[in-house]
Design a protein around this ligand. Structure first.
Ligand code: SF4
Length: 357
């Protein structure tokens, strides 16, 4: 006869409901309140984060489960599914697929299924950094995502296809929602079964990131948005990024790369006439030659209402070749799914425009 003790949650209710901005701890409390022991909790989290099919281990899971948990499980699973629901899917010719994902409160974010079993997820609704070439940054921060909403994006994507790599490069600045992002990373790197080097924390750079990441049980790879080697231009392009100069950023990145064993991915959105001149190339060589990292150059995608131009692919390729010759490992990339609404944040923007009528 099993009578589970009610576990008060941090809002003082006896039963935790997984609502907007739910954290992984809320999921754990919800399970404990239904009578789950540590082993049940771990298995339910594993089945969720890996989106394992109904028949893989579920029957065994249920056989050894207290009755109270068995009867609560369908409701808990429905709540977990409700943390990230597919609103629309937009496949692209390059094999990627943009997903517009609805959160429990009706807010939406984007996830992108990338070629080669990758997934890009969002960590915030909107973003406070306000990069002048980014659609997401235009309306500021709407709200933080809870860690469970991030894992739920992975579970949703895994119900569509295999995911072996998760990059936090969608909407939002992970450093501005650090606790939640680190919690999600820890779960994805343990119960979620993702190799640690295949979890990528992407940031404009923040001193707190360089303090916290090395302390984590799961140490992700790091992508740093550099975009220019000129401190003043960087302040104009990324107006509300923490004041770290490109030099400080690369210094801190290099220390983390050496400590973690993974090369840093330096991100550079190529804007014609802004950060593609010979001065920048010299600056890049000075900063990055010999460093443990790779420079990803992504030609800007023309976006309605944003006043930048995309350099031609030939010009971008010539820049990448020059840098390579001068000792900087450079990769020229398209942003995924760019035939479907260009860069990140545009699906959400379009959906909002449609809703506004
Ligand atoms: Fe925020 Fe990233 Fe957009 Fe900059 S590029 S505004 S950090 S979402």
């Amino acid at each position: 006869h099993e009578v589970p003790l009610p576990v008060p949650d941090r809002r003082g209710a006896t039963e935790v409901t997984l609502a907007a901005a739910a954290k992984i701890e809320d999921v754990r409390q919800r399970l404990r309140a239904a009578g789950a022991g540590a082993a049940h909790e771990a298995r339910v989290l594993r089945l969720w984060a890996q989106a394992l099919p109904q028949d893989s281990g579920r029957r065994r899971l249920e056989d050894f489960m207290p009755r109270s948990l068995r009867s609560a499980l369908p409701d808990i699973e429905a709540q977990l599914e409700g943390l990230a629901r597919l609103q629309s899917a937009h496949p692209a010719a390059d094999g990627s697929e943009r997903l517009l994902v609805a959160l429990p409160d009706g807010q939406t974010v984007e996830s992108v299924l990338l070629p080669r079993e990758g997934l890009c997820i969002s960590s915030q609704v909107g973003c406070a950094v306000g990069c002048v070439f980014c659609m997401t940054g235009r309306d500021g921060l709407v709200r933080q995502l809870g860690s469970a909403e991030m894992v739920a994006q992975v579970a949703l994507a895994r119900r569509r296809r295999t995911v072996k790599k998760v990059v936090f490069m969608g909407m939002g600045e992970p450093a501005h929602n650090l606790d939640n992002v680190l919690e999600a990373i820890e779960l994805l790197g343990t119960a979620g079964g993702i190799a640690h080097k295949n979890l990528v924390f992407s940031t404009v750079g923040d001193p707190r990131v360089f303090e916290r990441l090395p302390q984590g049980r799961v140490k992700p790879a790091l992508a740093l948005s550099l975009h220019t080697t000129r401190p003043q231009l960087r302040e104009r392009l990324l107006p509300r990024a923490p004041r770290m100069t490109p030099q400080e950023l690369v210094g801190a990145g290099e220390r983390y790369a050496r400590a973690s064993g993974y090369p840093i991915q330096y991100q550079w959105t190529l804007l014609e006439g802004v950060n593609d001149g010979p001065d920048e190339l010299d600056g890049i060589v000075q900063l990055l030659a010999g460093k443990y990292g790779v420079l990803n150059m992504i030609p800007f995608n023309a976006v309605d209402g944003l006043d930048f131009q995309r350099p031609s692919w030939e010009r971008a390729a010539a820049i990448a070749r020059t840098l390579h010759r001068r000792g900087v490992l450079t990769k020229l990339r398209q942003s995924a799914g760019q035939d479907v609404e260009g860069g990140c944040g545009q699906l959400r923007a379009r959906a909002a425009r449609q809703q506004a009528g």
